[in-house]
Design a protein around this ligand. Structure first.
Ligand code: ATP
Ligand code: MG
Ligand code: FE
Length: 342
């Protein structure tokens, strides 16, 4: 089954074709992402109405481009998967409208996918995917969650952030040091030249039991350190390194606890911050020590993309689920725990 996936929940238009007849990375016949970052950068964040309009402009050209790259005709598509939430309502409606219209015109099934389930399942697009039970760490621009996955589609929230998400903390910290939006990846790049230990920030909420996170205080600590510093290039790198180490260590400590609590040794990591090199290395080291396993998507599939939507949609379609008889609706706020099992 060749599934066309369409992602439009925020400021990235993502399109992909996932072929369930193939395995591992080969199954991803093609994928393309158009990022609206340049459009929103001047406002310092995503402007919802501009995002919707840009999805309108980009979705169809990107579908044509992706099908051409996959070398398949539109009539060879067997199903269409689209992000149905959570996200920006206007942006979601664009993807849902295009997806449902295409499915109707082609007379194939359509399935609405939960964006965070898409992120969560992305590490399973692997030649040797781990099998549940496992723990998932979701670290994106809008979410920081630890989720126990007893089986695909059945998600139990173990802990989450009480304020900023990990990606949001990266972006806000970058911004206060004058880096352009979204500064997360640039902050990580700067941190590579930073001296470990030159700045030491707290590991929030690790001094007490529990699996929740809080990153907003860390940002304030960085602000105070930045204001009191000489603000040189090296200092910026040192602070970036101190911040990154604090986030990475906090995430690693909580992942260890979550694995203990869930009674398993397999961790999967997804969402934009999952592309962070130091996080990847630190969690590998932890998994190695425990004699367990940690799985990440390739960095390009950590941030928003259509591949994860095509893949998650394919799993649900294979389980007989479909939405093409329902009204075209999106769910801007949507709890993953309410999803049916696969
Ligand atoms: P959500 O999925 O919660 O709705 P989102 O889709 O905006 O949020 P993603 O696209 O998964 O989030 O990830 C984007 C976030 O990841 C941004 O905050 C960005 O700064 C962060 N990010 C991307 N690469 C890195 C990196 N190498 N190190 C740290 N953060 C990163
Ligand atoms: Mg984005
Ligand atoms: Fe996302």
């Amino acid at each position: 089954m060749k599934v066309l996936g369409i992602e439009s929940s925020c400021d990235e238009t993502g399109v992909a074709v996932y072929d369930t007849a193939l395995n591992g990375p080969d199954a991803l016949r093609a994928h393309a992402v158009y990022s609206q970052i340049a459009l929103h950068a001047q406002y310092g964040g995503v402007v919802p109405e501009l995002a919707s309009r840009d999805h309108v402009r980009k979705t169809l050209p990107l579908i044509r481009q992706t099908l051409a790259e996959a070398g398949i005709g539109v009539d060879e598509i067997d199903a269409v998967a689209y992000t149905a939430g959570p996200g920006l309502v206007g942006a979601l409606m664009v993807g849902a409208g295009v997806a449902r219209s295409m499915a109707w015109a082609l007379d194939v099934p359509a399935i609405g996918v939960h964006h965070m389930e898409g992120h969560l399942l992305a590490p399973l697009m692997d030649v040797d995917p781990p099998e549940p039970p496992f723990v998932a760490l979701l670290v994106s621009g809008g979410h920081t969650q630890l989720v126990a996955v007893d089986r695909i589609g059945q998600y139990r929230l173990l802990g989450e952030t009480l304020d900023d998400a990990a990606g949001e903390a990266f972006d806000k910290t970058a911004k206060l040091m004058g880096l352009p939006y979204p500064g997360g990846p640039q902050l990580a790049k700067l941190a590579e030249n930073g001296t470990p230990g030159a700045f030491k920030f707290a590991r929030p909420m690790t001094d007490r039991p529990g699996l929740d996170f809080s990153f907003s205080g860390l940002k304030t600590q960085v602000l105070l350190a930045w204001r009191a510093s000489d603000q040189s290039e090296q200092t910026m790198a040192d602070i970036a390194r101190g911040f990154e180490d604090a986030v990475v260590e906090t995430l690693a400590i909580k992942c260890g606890r979550a694995l203990d609590e869930a009674g398993c040794d397999t961790l999967i990591v997804a969402g934009g911050v999952g592309a962070n090199k130091r996080l990847r290395a630190r969690l590998q080291e932890m998994a190695h020590k425990r004699g367990g396993r940690v799985c990440f998507p390739p960095p390009a599939l950590c941030t928003d993309n259509g591949a994860m939507i095509a893949f998650a949609g394919a799993l649900r379609l294979q389980a007989g689920q479909r939405n093409d008889n329902d009204a075209i609706a999106v769910t801007p706020r949507w709890d993953m725990a309410t999803l049916p099992a696969v």
